[in-house]
Design a protein around this ligand. Structure first.
Ligand SMILES: [Zn+2]
Length: 291
């Protein structure tokens, strides 16, 4: 469940609202009910983390995440929490709560570049993207567990896929920023350069290597929208060879999300916040349904 990278969850307001509505096919009778998300800004133990706490609280970061996730029909409440973790930069799901450590958020801040990146994402996006990704990755674990969703393959990869899918349901511009920001967050965890050396036991980790996680999220994005993400292939951020299969990889993800998670999305709640997104996904689903 644990993840080495996390985010600063300072997620901007309306852009994020209710991306989940877009997943809701929701014709099966679901257990649980919507509006089950709770949140808590636990005061940090380390005074150095106070600004992160204050920023998030002022920006209503957890409130926005709650809104984003409120259409999920859950059998019991799920709490989103930021808290101190005795110096360990981590995030996890357990005991009906997602905990994201201030230490992890601080690390994300530290890793941000000094300036905006040439690919068109701002310094802020390089913090917001990884931050949102951490919360959504952990939400993936929570959803699989709370809703008894079967996971074929590695759960850590599935949680990454869940996160990428939800990010891609945001408004186009916002989705691009968050996806590229998240990819940046993974990339900076790797040694830099075309040839890298890592300890061999890094391959035994339950998570994919950071570079793989970056390529995977970019592949989902390219598979979802080749136009909007054309430049990531042109600039070789995503190698052409992998890019060829991304459309099919994304279709598989869409199928799984629609079939397994869709029935647990409350369309009424989702629609209330996100009518436009509901229309978008209906059109997308119709396109996918064509032979
Ligand atoms: Zn995880």
């Amino acid at each position: 469940m644990k993840r080495n990278l996390c985010d600063g969850a300072i997620v901007s307001a309306t852009a994020i609202v209710l991306a989940l509505s877009a997943i809701g096919a929701a014709d099966a009778a679901p257990r649980g009910k919507p509006n089950q998300i709770r949140y808590e800004y636990v005061p940090p133990k380390d005074p150095a983390h106070q600004p992160i706490h204050d920023q998030m609280k002022q920006g209503r970061a957890l409130e926005h995440l709650r809104e984003l996730l409120s259409p999920l029909r859950l059998p019991y409440p799920l709490k989103l929490k930021v808290a101190s973790c005795d110096g360990v930069p981590n995030a996890w799901y357990g005991d009906e709560a997602i905990t994201v450590c201030y230490e992890l958020l601080a690390e994300i801040q530290k890793n941000a570049p000094k300036q905006d990146l040439p690919i068109g994402i701002s310094r802020a996006d390089t913090m917001l993207g990884p931050a949102l990704d951490v919360f959504l990755h952990e939400t993936g674990h929570a959803v699989f567990h709370m809703l008894d969703i079967p996971v074929l393959g590695r759960e850590e990869d599935a949680a990454d896929q869940f996160s990428a899918y939800v990010m891609l349901r945001l408004g186009k511009e916002e989705a691009r920023k968050m996806i590229l920001g998240a990819a940046y967050g993974y990339n900076v965890q790797m040694p830099q350069g075309p040839q890298v050396t890592v300890p061999v036991d890094a391959f035994s980790d339950e998570h994919s290597l950071p570079a793989q996680r970056a390529y995977n999220v970019l592949c989902m994005a390219y598979g979802a929208d080749k136009k909007m993400f054309a430049d990531i292939v042109e600039k070789d951020l995503l190698p052409k060879k992998r890019a060829e299969s991304c459309e099919y990889e994304y279709e598989d993800l869409t199928f799984a999300m629609t079939k397994l998670i869709g029935p647990h999305i409350d369309r009424r709640v989702a629609r209330k916040f996100h009518e436009v997104w509901a229309r978008t996904v209906t059109a997308r689903r119709a396109r996918l349904a064509r032979p």
